[in-house]
Write a protein that binds this ligand. Structure first.
Ligand SMILES: Nc1ncnc2c1ncn2[C@@H]1O[C@H](COP(=O)(O)OP(=O)(O)OP(=O)(O)O)[C@@H](O)[C@H]1O
Length: 374
């Protein structure tokens, strides 16, 4: 479990990532996709934070920005207090100073595992060479016998036995679950502070997902690392964060709209969009409740032209005129650490005096959102 009183390991400060590209089909001009907008988030030592939201809401972009793979167009990312892009630029020009972490150290500290480990494991190397590489780089004092013992020990730990047999295999000779375990071990052998796990279990069979999450947590304790876990599946996010004492952040159209403990998010959601995600997650849905999705519209707005005010207002069943004008700030309204970006959490907000947007629109009743369970 993390200690929120300690200075954060990673601070994402008011970060935006906008992608500008030419319009397709010969249309004049360019368009700017607001992939991430004004997000702040701290990740602590031994933390587990899961980001959940529909496809295209900016989870991957935010994750990559957090680990210094994507440069923000506004805002800062700090690693142990140090602005990582400024440091990397300065290091490139002048080398690192003694007080700061070098670019190499920052790169080592912030690792990633992908949805498709097959494409990230080098097909031409055996499992043993793939796993020996980080040890050679970061623990150069190890003898080759020590390296082999370490690799075999870890393969056995993750259930890939006999280890000597698995060590000689190439990635294509492993199942998807085995490839993902090798990718996880390789990332951990870099001795990272944070691992971005981007849909890292989504491609696995349902039965293997829980196993992989358990393994991630067991290895977290051994390697002293934090996870930023990205998933479109709220049930998986709950499973992982619940055991780790972590948090779930709900993203919608480039913004975090609610963040809190799994108990707060799953059992007492405050943001109307969190309620939609819960509704869409069959494993978590309250079956005694409504059968229709709690949204006014199923249409997801274009991230190149996000709605004014609260971005969720075009779909929100609770939306009022105030929501079309002003953007709610992500705030801790109850003093319990959970933060929500919704005017309904402030009893004295002008929202309560403003007109409901459209009383006549019935809740739509067909289909689910794309963040459904699979
Ligand atoms: N390199 C890029 N250039 C232009 N637009 C991009 C780029 N990367 C992402 N986007 C756009 O930014 C938005 C957010 O994308 P992102 O991949 O971060 O979302 P996501 O929530 O991770 O989605 P998914 O679950 O489908 O991966 C999308 O509209 C996407 O099309």
């Amino acid at each position: 479990m993390s200690n929120a009183d300690e200075p954060p390991l990673l601070s994402i400060e008011n970060v935006s990532v906008h992608f500008t590209s030419k319009r397709l089909f010969g249309l004049a001009g360019s368009e700017t996709v607001h992939a991430v907008d004004g997000v702040s988030l701290d990740i602590h030592e031994n933390d587990v934070v899961a980001l959940v939201g529909e496809s295209g809401c900016g989870k991957t972009t935010l994750g990559k920005t957090a680990i210094g793979v994507q440069r923000p167009t506004a805002g800062r990312v700090r690693y142990r207090g140090q602005n990582i892009w400024e440091s990397m630029e300065r290091n490139g020009l002048f080398g690192s100073t003694t007080e700061e972490h070098s670019e190499t150290e920052i790169r080592r500290a912030l690792q990633m595992i992908h949805q498709d480990p097959g494409s990230s494991l080098n097909a031409n190397y055996t499992v043993e060479s793939i796993l020996a590489d980080p040890l050679r780089r970061w623990q150069s004092e190890m003898t080759s016998a020590d390296r082999r013992a370490r690799i075999y020990g870890l393969l056995e730990y993750v259930g890939m036995t006999p280890a000597a047999d698995y060590a000689e295999r190439y990635p294509h000779q492993l199942s998807g679950g085995e490839q993902q375990r090798v990718a996880l071990i390789r990332a951990l052998l870099m001795n990272p502070d944070v691992i971005l796990a981007d849909e890292a279990i989504s491609a696995l069979d349902v039965s293997l997902r829980v196993e992989m999450m358990e393994l991630m947590l067991e290895l977290q304790a051994q390697f002293d690392t934090s996870y930023l876990f990205i998933s479109h599946n709220l049930a998986n996010a709950k499973h992982l964060t619940q055991q780790a004492g972590g948090r779930i952040g709900i993203m919608y159209l480039g913004e975090i709209v609610e963040i809190g403990t799994p108990k707060q998010i799953i059992h007492d959601p405050q943001h109307p969009y969190t309620k939609v995600l819960l509704w869409a997650t069959s494993d978590l849905r309250d079956r005694s409740g409504v059968s229709d999705p709690p949204v006014r519209s199923l249409d997801v707005p274009d991230p190149a032209d996000p709605p004014s005010g609260c971005r969720f207002h075009t779909r929100c069943p609770e939306a009022r005129a105030a929501c079309t004008r002003d953007s709610p700030v992500l705030d801790d309204h109850d003093g319990d650490g959970r933060r929500t970006a919704c005017f309904r959490q402030k009893s004295d907000h002008p929202y309560w005096e403003s007109e409901p947007l459209d009383d006549d629109i019935a809740l739509q009743s067909n289909g689910a959102t794309s963040a459904d369970t699979d």
